[in-house]
Structure formats: structure tokens, C-alpha cells
Write a protein that binds this ligand. Structure first.
Ligand SMILES: NC(=O)c1ccc[n+]([C@@H]2O[C@H](COP(=O)([O-])OP(=O)(O)OC[C@H]3O[C@@H](n4cnc5c(N)ncnc54)[C@H](O)[C@@H]3O)[C@@H](O)[C@H]2O)c1
Length: 259
């Protein structure tokens, strides 16, 4: 659902990290569809360029920036590239993470290697912090900004295996609330979306499809979750419609976690 009647982001600039693959592509397309100028940021620069080029072909304004969110200098260059291209940064969607494109072990807590634990924390926790630090000055200067962090339903209900990932996603909940309090005085809202298990892989194997299908059991809405199911929540939290909403976590999982 790229074509939307809503144009809530006309004149806004949005950075979506991890927008070269998976759900991030859907966020980028929806925000661009609502009128935002898009900065498609990803470790995979070639794929990011393809997404940006496809948006430009559809008449949107978009650039791609190769960036590693775990690297301070790299996210500094990302913020500079966004400002050089579009002059402002209105929206940041902290979506990039080690998940499936940059994979993590789905193993029991005592089978995960310390080096993988450290790298995952660097990308999935430190990454959103570094990226936020890089873009906050531009938002503060204008007295307006929208930050949307991506957690996971697993942080709210636990998930046997991949404790490093679930721990990192739980950190994003506290990160969201603290940032919301620190940045509220600058007119910047900070919210979080917690997706349920989503079929985001471009070419999912049978094991992945059946793992996603297993999640139907504890859901009120009995179908597989797709990236398109998440874009409305992110667009709302990126738009002026949510200007008096901050520090919140919106669970989008078909009614698995209810809180
Ligand atoms: N798919 C799901 O079931 C699900 C469920 C809950 C939460 N999430 C979260 O949603 C977000 C997107 O998930 P997805 O399924 O699209 O994941 P994905 O693995 O398909 O895509 C993640 C993207 O982030 C990029 N990336 C990874 N490390 C990076 C780094 N260091 N710097 C910059 N970019 C980097 C990858 O290249 C990729 O394009 C993630 O934060 C994930 O944790 C996903």
C-alpha cells in the first residue's frame, strides 16, 4: 500500500535506517508516499541505492546513504548527507538491526558466543543511540522532530532462544521513554513500535514461513503478519497526528501481546 491519500509528511525529511531490505523498505515507501523526502540508510549501500532509485522513478525525492549505525563517524556522515541533500531532518526511524539480513544465532542463552552478544548490542542498542545523537541537533534547531524506534513483541513476552536480541529490544523500550523525557522540551516526540513476528524476508525458506505461521496460535487476528501491517503505525508516529504522543510503545502484532 504505497499510494495513500494522506500527505501528512509533505515538506518533511525522513531517515529510515535499515531501509534496503525487509520491513524498512515498506516504511521508506510509505513515508515517501505521504510526501517525505527519503534518506534510505543501510549497511548494504547497493541495495539502499536500488530502493532510493525506485522511489525517484516514482517521482519521490530520495537518496541512499551507506551507513553502519554502530559506527559514530558513519552515522555522522549520514546526518550530514541528509542535511546536505534536503536541509532538514524531521523524522528518524531507528529500524536497522541485526535480525535476518545481518543474521543472529537463534540459540539458547548459553550457546550464544560473547562476541556475538557484543556485536548485537553494538548494532541493536548503541546504533539507535548513536543515530539519534547524530540527528538530534538538526531537530533541536528547528524545535521539532519525530523519532520512531523499533522494538519487538518478544521484548514484552519473552522468547525462548536469541536472548541477546530480546534483551536488546527490551532496552529500546527504556531508551524510548528516557529519550522522550530528554527531548520533549525541544518539541521532539520519541515513540516505539513493537512488531510481532513478520514475514519480512525477500525469499523466505520453508522453515522461516512455518516459524511465522506458528505465531498465529496466540494472536487474536489469525493470519501471517506482513510488512504492510506495520507501516500505518510508523507513519502515524512520524506525522503531526501524533504530536502530543510521546514515550509510548505501540504493539502491532495482530493482538498477541495486549497491554
Ligand atoms: N521481522 C520480524 O519478525 C520482526 C519482528 C519484530 C521486530 N523486528 C524488527 O524490525 C526491524 C526490521 O526487521 P526486518 O525483518 O526487516 O529485518 P532485516 O534483517 O530484513 O532488515 C534489517 C536491515 O537492517 C540493515 N542493517 C543491519 N545491520 C546494520 C547496521 N549495522 N547499520 C545499518 N544497517 C544495518 C540490514 O542490511 C537490513 O537492510 C528490526 O529492528 C527488527 O529487529 C522484526
Amino acid at each position: 500500500m504505497d499510494e495513500v491519500n494522506c500527505r501528512r509528511l509533505t515538506g518533511a525529511t525522513a531517515i529510515v535506517t535499515g531501509a534496503a531490505h525487509g520491513i524498512g523498505v515498506a516504511y521508506a515507501r510509505r513515508l515517501a508516499g505521504e510526501g517525505a523526502r527519503l534518506v534510505v540508510a543501510d549497511l548494504d549501500g547497493d541495495a539502499a541505492e536500488k530502493v532510493a532509485a525506485s522511489l525517484r522513478e516514482e517521482g519521490r525525492e530520495a537518496i541512499a546513504v551507506q551507513a553502519d549505525i554502530a559506527d559514530e563517524a558513519s552515522v555522522g556522515r549520514l546526518a550530514t548527507a541528509a542535511l546536505d541533500a534536503f536541509g532538514t531532518i524531521t523524522v528518524l526511524v531507528n529500524n536497522a538491526a541485526m535480525f535476518s539480513v545481518v543474521p543472529m544465532s537463534r540459540a539458547s542463552f548459553d550457546a550464544i558466543e560473547p562476541a556475538e552478544w557484543d556485536r548485537l548490542m553494538e548494532v541493536n542498542v548503541k546504533g539507535p543511540w548513536l543515530t539519534t545523537r547524530a540527528v538530534a541537533p538538526a531537530m533541536r534547531e528547528r524545535g521539532y522532530g519525530k523519532i520512531v524506534n523499533i522494538s519487538s513483541g518478544t521484548a514484552l513476552k519473552g522468547s525462548a532462544t536469541r536472548i541477546h536480541y530480546v534483551t536488546a529490544k527490551a532496552a529500546i523500550l527504556g531508551f524510548t521513554r528516557t529519550l522522550a523525557r530528554e527531548l520533549g522540551g525541544d518539541g521532539i516526540t520519541v515513540n516505539c513500535v513493537a512488531p510481532g513476528s513478520t514475514l519480512s524476508e525477500e525469499n523466505p525458506d520453508e522453515a522461516t514461513v512455518s516459524r511465522r505461521a506458528e505465531r498465529l496460535g496466540d494472536r487474536a487476528l489469525k493470519r501471517v503478519q506482513m510488512p504492510a501491517d506495520l507501516v500505518g503505525a510508523v507513519a502515524f508516529l512520524a506525522s503531526p497526528d501524533s504530536d502530543f504522543v510521546t514515550g509510548q510503545t505501540l504493539v502491532v502484532d495482530g493482538g498477541s501481546v495486549m497491554h
